[in-house]
Design a protein around this ligand. Structure first.
Ligand code: TEU
Ligand code: CA
Length: 541
């Protein structure tokens, strides 16, 4: 029996930017409730909601101060329970986002640790040291050091992200039990799946002082007990038959196969991000270069075929709340906006794996195009703006980098219609809305048969119509052209070929003399020329 998640599509909601029901300019749970019919119209099976638990919002909710209570800014527990029930009535399961690598520094546990309670100090990673000498010179993900000093304790604590996000000590069985109880709490409320934030960082290496310098997250990825901890969390809480996905920072194919092989009782699938670093110059997110499409194709070929050769399973996606909008990044915002948005969606939705649609991706929403640092909210963007200036860049150069790389690009409010605040709110918007909301919005696209929105609806529908998409083998084809990526899917008596032109020019691809029924596009016979950003999908048999 096909695991239910293998034939499903997940819709990701960044709650703060999805829909504001009470006019305070901030998205909320009742806003999501009001849009359930829209979400159901996409044909998705699950909704992943980013954290809405109590939080001081230093990292917009990824700094959790109470895992079991709803942040009043997003609503009440009653609103949450109603949302779970109403989604369930539509056949949609909710996937909650568990941030278990770290808590907020305002969590009760960390407050008691700062008060010197030994039991709670052991919930975190403290090391002795004098105030001028951190245990190592590791950097954290948002550009600061990875250690902060607590004078009253004479100790440093580790934080791989912001200083307000102290890392939990997973070696401590009490910590693991506390987190299992959080899972049990939400499972009992009817939640149908879990996304686990930076889950491959939870098992720290034996040494936290060597190497002396470098990226803390990189030194902590895929640690010595990570598989054991994940298996314990999943099996002790009985969530093996739920959809579970781990966000894996800079992991390997081998580990992703292990994380998602059903025989290992760990997760259903993993997110990894190698395909979203092909435009990082020298591997640095804040150094720009055009996407290396040859690298992109080789990554997908290696990982897709590698996973297909094993029992691993991938989440396949372009967008999320940390990534710039894909149509602005790998597509075209101008003449070929619609073609490129559709082509990019096609490429992902016929891959082997569970597709994730990030709110607004189905509309072809673009980057924010902010022109001043005051428009940005994200802790990472603000930190790196300062770092870029310190590196000698001008304000204009630094703003140009943020305009292409900042996480705020994906966090602009959902564009519902051409009305005020794009229909996101009656009262305002916590983050500025790009001017193109007057044409790129759900209402306008819903009634346009040729819209990106209706194209995405068709992509989800085709998945249900052709089991080969979920179950078939995959092989990447040699098109003789770096800009043209193509692969074939075979299985269950079906054979599909997917051909995508990732460039804004006409391209001729070789070796694609296929005959069959067009599922997408109208490729007559075996002509080999592809129009700019053209995607074709053929059912060969
Ligand atoms: O992201 C982890 C992560 O790897 C990202 O921060 C990524 O490194 C960065 O955005 C690339 O520039 C998860 C959440 O998705 C993110 O929103 C949180 O900020 C982070 O963990 C800490 O919880
Ligand atoms: Ca609100």
């Amino acid at each position: 029996m096909l695991d239910k998640y293998k034939n499903s599509v997940v819709y990701q909601i960044y709650i703060k930017s999805f829909c504001d029901s009470n006019g305070d300019g901030i998205g909320d749970l009742n806003g999501i409730r009001s849009k359930l019919p829209y979400i159901a119209s996409l044909g998705v099976k699950y909704i992943w909601i980013t954290p809405f638990f109590c939080s001081p919002m230093v990292d917009n909710g990824y700094d959790v101060a109470d895992y079991r209570n709803v942040n009043p800014m997003f609503g009440t527990m009653a609103d949450c329970e109603a949302l779970i029930k109403e989604a369930d009535a539509l056949g949609i399961g909710l996937m909650f986002d568990m941030v278990f690598n770290h808590t907020s520094s305002r969590h009760e546990w960390f407050k008691r640790a700062l008060a010197g309670e030994k039991e709670y100090m052991d919930y975190y990673i403290f090391r002795d040291g004098d105030k001028d000498t951190p245990p190592s010179e590791w950097t954290a993900a948002f550009g600061t050091g990875a250690w902060d000093y607590v004078p009253s304790l004479g100790k440093w604590y580790l934080h791989l992200f912001a200083p307000e996000q102290p890392d939990l000590n997973w070696e401590n069985p009490k910590v693991r039990e506390e987190l299992k109880n959080v899972i049990r709490f939400w499972k009992d409320k009817g939640v149908k799946g879990f996304r686990f934030d930076v889950l491959n960082l939870i098992s720290k290496p034996a040494s936290l002082t060597e190497p002396k310098t470098g990226s803390g997250p990189r030194f902590c990825k895929d640690g010595p007990h990570v598989h054991e901890f994940i298996r314990e969390l999943v099996t002790d809480t009985g969530i093996e038959d739920m959809i579970t996905v781990g966000e894996m920072s800079s992991t390997t194919l081998e580990n992703c196969i292990k994380y998602s092989d059903p025989a290992r009782h760990e997760l259903s699938m993993c997110f990894n991000f190698h395909h979203l670093k092909v435009d990082y110059k020298d591997g640095d997110k804040f150094s720009l270069m055009p996407p290396d499409l040859k690298l992109l194709r080789n990554y997908f070929a290696e990982w897709q075929e590698g996973m297909a050769a094993s029992d691993g399973w991938s989440a396949v996606f372009w967008c999320n709340h940390d990534q710039p909008r894909i149509v602005s990044r790998f597509g075209d915002e101008g003449q070929y906006w619609k073609e490129s948005a559709k082509m990019l969606g096609t490429f992902v939705h016929f891959l082997r794996g569970t597709p994730y649609i990030y709110q607004g991706e189905e509309l072809g929403m673009t980057n924010a195009h902010y022109t001043s640092i005051e428009q940005y909210d994200d802790v990472e963007a603000k930190n790196y703006y300062k770092i870029l200036l310190e590196r000698g860049q001008s304000e204009a150069e630094a703003l140009n980098v943020l305009a292409q790389r900042a996480r705020d690009n994906s966090r602009t409010p959902m564009q519902w219609n051409a009305g005020k605040f794009a229909g996101f709110s009656e009262g305002g918007a916590w983050l500025s809305i790009p001017d193109n909301y007057t044409s790129i919005n759900a209402e306008a696209e819903d009634s346009d048969p040729d819209s990106v929105l209706n194209y995405y609806r068709e992509l989800v529908r085709l998945r249900k119509e052709h089991p080969v998409i979920a179950e078939g083998r995959i092989k990447f084809l040699d098109t003789g052209c770096d800009d043209v990526l193509a692969y074939e899917r075979e299985g269950n008596g079906e054979h599909i070929v997917v051909i995508c032109n990732f460039s804004g020019e006409e391209r001729t691809a070789k070796g694609l003399e296929f005959q069959g029924k067009m599922l997408i596009g109208n490729w007559k016979g075996s002509h080999k020329m592809l129009k700019p950003y053209e995607a074709v999908v053929m059912l060969v048999k």
